[in-house]
Design a binder for this molecule. Structure first.
Ligand SMILES: C[S@@+](CC[C@H](N)C(=O)[O-])C[C@H]1O[C@@H](n2cnc3c(N)ncnc32)[C@H](O)[C@@H]1O
Length: 469
């Protein structure tokens, strides 16, 4: 069998950003390629790889010229780590393209007037903005191009850090990450040294063995810290020595927890998480509202921008004291509680039962008694009978996951005719799809993109829809 011919395409002008941190390029003949590792304004030569959904994909092999939007990436792990893919583009340009993404989706899919998309709210803190990071232990370190080309022999391939894009078993050994307060680095680096000194085995994703598996670090603006250590199997002596060492070395950790996760996948959502030292929760505060965050609770990962997001949501909702608000996909009741002081009552719906427990605890913590929370799939619970029982929806806030709302939910909302809908979304395409359906009865008034994740392609958008008169 002959070898497959490598097809190179020269002089591709990179013209825009694409999904997942990739870019859109156009060759001289006008054909479009989706390429990796490029910034709009670059001119590149690529190796054609495959077609995906009819669009050609390519790997950049060399650069003819570099974009003036490029900046030097500040992280030593940039390029290997699957995280901040846009770090080599200036922040102003990042904001430009994020805004464009929202505007393009809304105008193209939902036929919204571009003038209704307000200028993007950037994040004042471009580094150390995350309140949660999950690191993985792996016996298969991701070797950089430089390491692969060197003559060095790597005997110890243990790595503690992040998976590179597209690899579930390999891990980039991270020595410094800029996404969270530096104390997160100190904890992780201490564990790496401790594990080496005490011969603690890293998790082997292929043979499915080892001891140290994952670690999750969460912190809040009240400077409370949670560390969850995930072990593959129980070794009480080794576990307790490590946890005692962590408690001693890092007294700022207010909640030290662990889990024994012997399953095939890394998720700990279905596991018992045990509080070893300190409190089982940490507390975050946005405005006047305090939130208890447990090890399984979802909370917006950028607290600073969460406040901007919620303030925008409140402004768009324009709540009146006599009104009833429904907060769909409420999580731990974050928006519901934030809004509760501005209206008569709030109905919050969320499918994760422990999150609803947190929402109820959060209401009690804040002495809020006008919120009711329900654990169910929105599509199953939100119907005519439910609305008749709990009161007409005056204002509806919806903040669904990336997939957007189920069509049945959209149909129920159209029947219920709330006066105003505030649609918070982390996926401009599905939001635009849902808005195009809601436009049967609603006008899109305004959209406010908010950047929660500098140096990534992710963007949040808050849209205000009002019932047509
Ligand atoms: C983007 S988060 C928003 C959470 C919350 N509004 C906040 O600001 O923290 C989406 C939430 O929807 C929940 N969820 C996903 N699918 C759902 C469904 N079909 N029905 C109810 N809740 C769902 C998730 O568990 C998650 O808590």
């Amino acid at each position: 069998m002959g070898r497959r011919k490598v097809r190179m395409v020269s002089n591709i002008s990179v013209i825009d950003v694409a999904d997942r941190g990739k870019a859109i390029g156009r060759c001289e003949e006008g054909e479009i390629y989706i390429v990796d590792k490029a910034v709009p304004g670059d001119n590149v030569n690529v190796q054609f790889t495959k077609k995906k959904k009819g669009v050609k994909q390519g790997i950049v092999k060399s650069y003819n010229s570099l974009s003036d939007k490029r900046v030097e990436a500040f992280c030593e792990h940039f390029g290997s780590c699957g995280g901040c893919k846009w770090q080599n583009m200036g922040y102003e340009s990042q904001l430009f393209y994020k805004h464009k993404q929202v505007k393009d989706a809304l105008t193209r899919i939902a036929k919204v007037d571009a003038a209704e998309v307000l200028p993007i709210q950037g994040c004042k803190q471009e580094r150390e903005y995350r309140n949660k990071l999950e690191y993985s232990f792996s016996t298969q370190r991701w070797l950089t191009d430089k390491e692969l080309k060197s003559d060095e022999i790597f005997e110890n391939k243990n790595a503690l850090g992040f998976h590179p894009a597209g690899s579930y078993s390999k891990v980039v050994d991270v020595t410094r990450c800029h996404l969270q307060d530096d104390r997160s680095n100190q904890i992780r680096n201490f564990i790496r040294t401790y594990a080496a000194e005490n011969n603690l085995a890293y998790f082997d994703y292929k043979s499915h063995n080892g001891f140290l598996r994952n670690m999750i670090v969460r912190n809040t603006s009240l400077d409370q810290w949670m560390l969850i250590m995930s072990f593959f199997k129980e070794d009480r002596e080794a576990r307790e020595m490590l946890l005692d060492g962590l408690a001693d070395k890092f007294p700022f950790i207010t909640s030290l927890q662990y889990v024994i996760n012997g399953k095939r996948n890394d998720t700990i959502m279905d596991q018992d998480i045990i509080c070893y030292h300190g409190e089982p929760i940490i507390i975050e505060q946005l405005g006047d509202i305090k939130y208890r965050i447990g090890p399984k609770s979802f909370f917006q990962t950028n607290s600073l921008q969460a406040k901007v997001l919620y303030d925008t949501t409140m402004e768009f909702a324009g709540l009146q004291q006599g009104e009833t608000l429904y907060d769909l996909y409420t999580g731990i009741g974050s928006i519901a509680l934030y809004a509760s002081g501005s209206c008569k009552k709030v109905i919050g719906i969320e499918e994760v039962a422990p999150a609803i427990e947190n929402a109820k605890e959060n209401a009690a913590l804040n002495e809020i008694d006008n919120c009711e929370f329900f654990a169910a799939d929105v599509k199953d619970i939100l119907n005519k009978e439910f609305i008749e029982e709990h009161g007409k929806i005056d204002v509806l806030i919806t903040d669904p996951p990336r997939a957007g709302m189920h069509k049945d939910v959209t149909m129920t909302i159209l029947e219920a005719e709330p006066n105003r809908i505030v649609y918070v979304s982390c996926n401009a395409a599905t939001q635009a799809r849902d808005i195009s359906l809601l436009k049967a009865k609603y006008d899109h008034k305004l959209s406010q993109p908010v950047d929660m994740f500098p140096h990534t392609h992710h963007i949040e958008n808050v849209a205000l829809l009002t019932l047509k008169t």
